[in-house]
Ligand binder design. Structure first.
Ligand code: HEM
Length: 147
């Protein structure tokens, strides 16, 4: 087999020792996919169909959801699973299509770094969100935020 031909799907594995990260990446895509179906469609159903539906979405709606640990964890789980899933999927595509070793390395690192940064920022937003931050006397939230 030369470098540009693929091994037959059922041929014996060359790698015998250590953790098979590619296999676990493959398993992760399936497992996170199943969880994401529940999380994403649950998210869409609650936000767009229940109560006043899409017309009910405003700052207060989001603030109300972020005040509940249940929705904080729902959203953070969705953020982590989808970002790692999306980044790992993009890594697969880059590995499949980018033939230059340097370009491939740069792109895979860029994907990893941007996913890590977005996960960090998103997690901080969900857990440190404070609707009263920067509220002034001319805001509708002023009264509520005095307590
Ligand atoms: C509704 C929930 C989702 C399910 C059930 C799902 C399922 C899957 C599965 C099973 C794969 C592997 C395909 C393969 O190996 O051939 C995959 C690949 C991928 N997914 Fe998802 N996914 C979901 C949501 C998402 C989201 C939200 C994103 C973006 C953040 C995303 C981005 C990707 C990418 C970029 C790939 C790689 C595509 C490729 O290899 O050609 N997916 N998805």
């Amino acid at each position: 087999m030369t470098a540009d031909t693929l091994a037959a799907p059922r041929s014996p594995q060359v790698r015998k020792k250590g953790t098979n990260l590619e296999k676990w990446g493959w398993v992760y895509m399936r497992a996170s996919g199943v969880l994401l179906v529940v999380l994403i469609f649950g998210h869409l159903f609650v936000n767009l169909m229940l109560g006043e539906g899409i017309k009910g979405i405003d700052f207060a709606f989001v603030a109300g959801k972020f005040a509940s640990p249940f929705w904080q964890w729902w959203d953070v789980l969705m953020l982590w699973l989808a970002l790692i899933h999306g980044a790992n999927g993009m890594r697969t595509i880059v590995n499949d299509y980018v033939t230059g070793a340097t370009a491939r390395k740069v792109l895979v690192w860029a994907i990893g770094l941007s996913a890590a940064l977005l996960i960090l920022l998103g997690t901080l937003v969900v857990f440190t969100f404070d609707p009263c931050l920067g509220v002034t006397a001319d805001s509708m939230l002023w009264e509520m935020c005095q307590g």
